[in-house]
Write a protein that binds this ligand. Sequence first.
Ligand code: ADP
Ligand code: MG
Length: 326
Amino acid sequence: RSKVEGNYPVDCLYTTIHTPIKTEKLHHLYLVDTGLLGRGRFAVVRRCTEKATGREFAAKFLKKRRRGKDCRAEIIHEIAVLEMAKSHPHIVDLHEVYETSNEMILVLEYAAGGEMFSLCAPDKNDNISERQIIRLLRQIIEGVKFLHENHVVHLDLKLQNILLSSLEPPGDIKIVDFGMSRKLGNCEIREIMGTTEYLAPEVLNYEPITTSTDIWSIGVICYMLLTGESPFAGIDNQETYLNISQLNVDYSEETFASVSQDAVDFIKSILVKNPQDRATAEDCLAHPWLHQDEPHLSCLQSLYNTHSEENVNRSNNFKLKCGCNK
Ligand code: ADP
Ligand code: MG
């Protein structure tokens, strides 16, 4: 889980938020678990229960000073992005914000299923079906498409930052951790940052970052979910960089045993070196692999002849399968 660090230009940050910042003590209003849900370099996350309602949340405690530098502006940006995405079902919901002398605390919707990473554990991989992967991936891409439409890039999409509302059976996707996210616009981001295994070639080459950078990470995530292996991971960072820049990916039948050809095609449309030739979020959602559950047009037409219009609409919503074996 090695990380590459960088300094970010401040003009890529949102500076305005609407959520009131509360200064009373969090533990007056919440029962805070002592154990951790997770931790990063500058944050710890704890489960907590709102005393007034009994509802569970996840409290992310962020240090305002990091290596002697004031990072409050970065946290304000993280809050602003969460506010922007509040209406989206696949981006974690921000409930409240607290501030103490050295921390800011984001009270977030609790994703009880934890990190998607656990779906990739070697013993677990057999259990998650391609159909489930398709469902979850579609939700990830829908969340990311929403961010991109709102001119935000996440820049740290990985299995540890994609959570599940429940684990067994897998519930719905909740994208978290907007700590590295940036606003696209006038600013050019040319920094190496993110987690080595998920870094896109343009990041390694100090080329401009765009929405395509997030899509690359989705390709890596998809590869990991389908094979249980990280596509570029080498024995050290150097080897990983080399694998990424040479697009050294194993697409062998052995690695992709019992994975459909459509799935491999999907990954190949994403793990493309030139960002301009890479699939966009919209392209991804239109890919046949993500639609294999849907009824075929020809089947739909025969349904039209034998069923009411209402039934056909329902089948359009994936609720009624056409049942053909194509
Ligand atoms: P960091 O910026 O330090 O990586 P994250 O926001 O990614 O912080 O949180 C760290 C970890 O805490 C996540 O990888 C996850 O395991 C856990 N976590 C974060 N948010 C939630 C949440 N809303 N519900 C449950 N677990 C969470
Ligand atoms: Mg994180």
